[in-house]
Design a protein around this ligand. Structure first.
Ligand SMILES: NC(=O)c1ccc[n+]([C@@H]2O[C@H](COP(=O)([O-])OP(=O)(O)OC[C@H]3O[C@@H](n4cnc5c(N)ncnc54)[C@H](OP(=O)(O)O)[C@@H]3O)[C@@H](O)[C@H]2O)c1
Length: 344
């Protein structure tokens, strides 16, 4: 007998991806329930070759559900995660609501799966921000080899990172420009079609944005509080996959050639780096894939032990849905939860 799994936010970008990844990876679920807001009640979503009818969160009873994979935003998570956790159902949350809570593990399975043990304090496990997830997958093996001192990262983040309405906005604006209709920004602060926006999330007092702060704080929590990191996060008119230009400075000697060998062996990573036109990964190729792609590895001659690289990954998969399902797999494979129907 397997587990009863609820996917909350099942009509959204991340929720739909979670359903397809659960089916693809053969997650041991006896029953999968799709949940969203009341307005989506009865809407059909795909789970492998099956169709599920969406139920409303408000009227759903979690008392015999083992895992809730949640991607319904921060305010829903703030209200519902403690209630669901208190009913004995483990919440794996995609929002930023619980990530920095000391009683909530923040997990990227390739990096810090062992930290998961603390989840029983609240029955909540947090998934990191999409741009942090792919970055720490790449940094972890390099940190083990040569101890990272400082990271400078610039991101090129796709619109799907801001939800399904944001994808619609890029599509609608692009079409409007072609037919000379007026372009009206709604979800984004400025036009996103044929443009770039150097702001993701709100501004903080020091002039950085909350997205940039999340990358700093989450990298420290997941990987090592001693790592210094500075980020500039930019939204780009790409539908799926986030890209990052990364500069890393190490305590010990590590060349780009050493890094290439290490990253080739590292879990979750695919190195595509042939130093010829097209010999690198782009967001288009990463979309729909599980790997974090590394390209453009080269030494940085301006510092003692430094390298540069390009990192691309599907933000809806490794940045959210895949990572959440991998966390659920850690719970199952390490026997940290028992199916409640089994226990009964
Ligand atoms: N997209 C990414 O790359 C990414 C990466 C990491 C984390 N995240 C996080 O994941 C979460 C979801 O993102 P998304 O991109 O999937 O957003 P989205 O496409 O806008 O989907 C939001 C989902 O939440 C549901 N929802 C909203 N309010 C609800 C309520 N009151 N009760 C029940 N369900 C409710 C929506 O249901 P209805 O359709 O019924 O409104 C929908 O299924 C956010 O917290 C986001 O920050 C996203």
């Amino acid at each position: 007998m397997g587990y009863k799994v609820a996917v909350l936010g099942a009509t959204g970008n991340v929720g739909r991806e979670i359903l397809s990844i659960l089916a693809e990876r053969g997650f041991p679920a006896d029953e999968v329930v799709a949940l969203a807001s009341r307005k989506s009640q009865g809407v059909e979503v795909s789970y492998g070759d099956k169709t599920l009818k969406v139920k409303a969160l408000e009227t759903y009873d979690f008392s015999d559900t083992d895992i809730c994979l949640m991607s319904a935003g921060g305010s829903v998570s703030k209200e519902w995660s403690p209630k669901i956790g208190a009913q004995g159902c483990v919440v794996i949350d995609n929002s930023s609501q619980w990530r920095m809570d000391p009683d909530v593990p923040l997990i990227v399975p390739e990096v810090n799966a062992d930290d998961i043990v603390g989840f029983t304090k609240k029955n909540i496990i947090a998934n990191p921000n999409c741009s942090t997830a792919q970055l720490v997958v790449a940094l972890k093996p390099l940190h083990e080899a040569a101890t990272i001192k400082r990271v400078v990262v610039s991101t090129y983040q796709s619109v799907s990172g801001a939800g399904k309405d944001a994808m619609d906005e890029l599509f609608t604006q692009t079409r409007a420009i072609f037919v000379s209709d007026p372009v009206e920004p709604k979800k984004f602060p400025k036009r996103i079609a044929f443009n770039l926006i150097p702001q993701i999330d709100v501004f903080l007092d020091d002039g950085s944005t909350k997205e940039e702060w999340k990358m700093v704080a989450e990298t420290k929590k997941i990987l090592d509080p001693k790592i210094k990191l500075t980020a500039t996060c930019v939204r780009v008119p790409v539908f799926i996959s986030h890209s990052e230009a990364v500069n890393v400075e190490f305590e010990k000697e590590l060349s780009a050639e050493d890094a290439r060998k290490i990253l080739r062996e590292a879990p979750g990573i695919l190195v595509i780096d042939t130093r010829e036109p097209g010999g690198y990964a782009t967001p288009h190729e990463a979309a729909g894939e599980d790997a974090t792609y590394i390209s453009r590895l080269r030494d940085d001659p301006t510092v003692e032990n430094g390298i540069n690289f390009w990192c691309v990954s599907d933000n809806l998969r490794k940045g959210a849905a895949l990572n959440a399902v991998q966390i659920a797999e850690v719970l199952v494979n390490r026997k940290l939860i028992t199916a409640r129907s089994k226990a009964a």
